[in-house]
Design a binder for this molecule. Structure first.
Ligand SMILES: *Cc1c(COP(=O)(O)O)cnc(C)c1O
Length: 431
């Protein structure tokens, strides 16, 4: 058996890739491809790695994980985390409905996002969410009005843009001055003062989220120091902050990245907060990718091999509609043959792994050395985060099936979409 350290839950046994105890080829044969495969053990272990830092040896809780569910919002995954005690970070009323359907508690929900609509605010207030993370004065005013119309008080936190460079991809960097996110650092105190005047808002926290796929701790410590300075300045003005939400963004290893381990990362931040004299604050983490990214893969079948003059193409049945990250962010995912028996350096060929969609951007991997035949299965690794949730029906392709493996059991957690369902809501013009 061979185990790649960051791929807890997936390993090679008897020359074949397995999800926990189940060969991936058996899953492909039973459920078809493309299919997302998740490991319950990998999800659980990642969550518990945060918990290890969140709960002190004496049993006292010093922080709470709020899973950023936009990374993967399948109900079964939410249910696994809810049972482990997770809260949730949501960005829409749709996500709130999912949390409730999956057995999560609204009291452990924080509502983030830069453009909350009126109806979303109403839904979240009625459900009784823990906190609204707000990003502008107009949003604050709107929430105050909505809460007043319901005769309620909205618990609020302001999202600070700490203006630190997370050193990640520009599309997923969110805490720099030029980003659309958060309240500019110099405006924060003023905005809290405005919030303090609003009779239907109650200030409970402060939050920041500096980006995603961050592989170093130093940008977090910089952001933390800047936010702690604000908490102190606010206290001097008589504005008390009860919770500090540090956002998500911890990176994972897709190939050779070496992000800090989850427990070490969380402990470093929590110890830093205590050392600076803010141990009384309730701390929230909002991890997405680091909980689910390496707990899932995308299983696909090779349709054709197409040799070319300058490139060889390996055409598979998964495509950019199933996994957008390569096309959108130029992201790298390791791609492995499910059965390794035929692999030898001698007969391997360099391929671009591409899907059937009519776009040159429809690729999943470039220049990969493989010894494969049509009909072979490939696994696209580290696809648990921003995989299925970003998938679409482009080219009228039904979205993939999703399964979760638990030991030697395989559970279907989302049926493959049928073709008919894709146009069920469409109408012809009357004659
Ligand atoms: C996307 C997002 C997260 C999660 O980010 P990851 O990189 O997946 O950990 C957390 N908080 C907010 C506000 C987000 O938008």
């Amino acid at each position: 058996m061979s185990q790649i350290p960051h791929l807890n839950g997936f390993s090679i046994k008897n020359n074949e890739w397995h999800a926990e105890n189940v060969p991936l080829s058996a899953i492909a044969e039973q459920y078809g491809t493309p299919a997302y495969v998740y490991s319950k053990k990998a999800l659980t272990d990642a969550f518990n790695a945060y918990e290890k830092a969140c709960i002190k040896p004496n049993g006292q809780r010093r922080a709470q994980v709020h899973y950023a569910m936009k990374a993967n919002s399948n109900l079964a995954i939410l249910n696994v985390f809810a049972k482990l005690g997770a809260g949730f970070d949501i960005v829409s009323a749709g996500e709130l409905a999912r949390v409730l359907a999956a057995g999560g508690s609204a009291k452990k929900v924080v509502f983030s996002g830069v453009g909350k609509s009126k109806s979303e605010m109403i839904a979240a207030l009625k459900a009784g969410v823990k906190c609204f993370n707000l990003e502008s004065i107009p949003e604050l005013s709107r929430l105050n009005e909505v809460a007043a119309s319901l005769g309620m008080k909205a618990p609020i936190s302001l999202r600070v843009n700490p203006d630190v460079d997370p050193k990640t991809h520009p599309y997923i960097s969110t805490g720099l001055k030029g980003n659309k996110f958060g309240i500019a650092y110099d405006e924060v105190i003023k905005t809290y003062q405005a919030a303090a005047q609003m009779s239907h808002c109650e200030i409970v926290g402060i939050d920041c989220h500096i980006g995603s796929q961050i592989t170093e701790i130093s940008p977090y410590l910089d952001a933390l120091d800047r936010v702690l300075d604000l908490i102190k300045a606010l206290a001097d003005q008589g504005i008390q902050i009860h919770h500090l939400d540090i956002g998500g963004g911890l990176g994972i290893s897709y190939t050779s990245e070496t992000p800090p381990a989850i427990t070490e990362f969380a402990n470093t931040l929590l110890d830093h907060i205590e050392a600076k004299g803010f141990g009384h604050l309730e701390v929230l983490f909002e991890p997405g990718r680091s909980l689910v990214g390496n707990a899932g893969l995308l299983l696909t079948t090779i349709e054709y091999l197409k040799p070319g003059e300058t490139k060889n193409f390996c055409i598979v049945d998964a495509a950019m509609n199933d996994l957008m990250r390569p096309a959108m962010y130029d992201a790298y995912h390791a791609i492995v043959p499910v059965k390794l028996s035929n692999q030898s350096k001698a007969n391997s060929v360099s391929y671009d792994i591409v899907g059937p969609i009519c776009e040159s951007g429809d690729w999943l991997g470039k220049d990969r050395e493989l010894a494969v035949q049509p009909g072979d299965y490939l696994a696209i690794l580290s696809a648990g985060a921003y995989g299925f949730t970003m998938s679409s029906n482009y080219n009228t392709r039904g979205r993939a099936a999703e399964v979760m493996v638990d030991g030697d059991q395989v559970h279907i957690i989302r049926e493959r979409e049928t073709i008919e369902s894709l146009f069920a809501n469409e109408k012809l013009l009357p004659n």
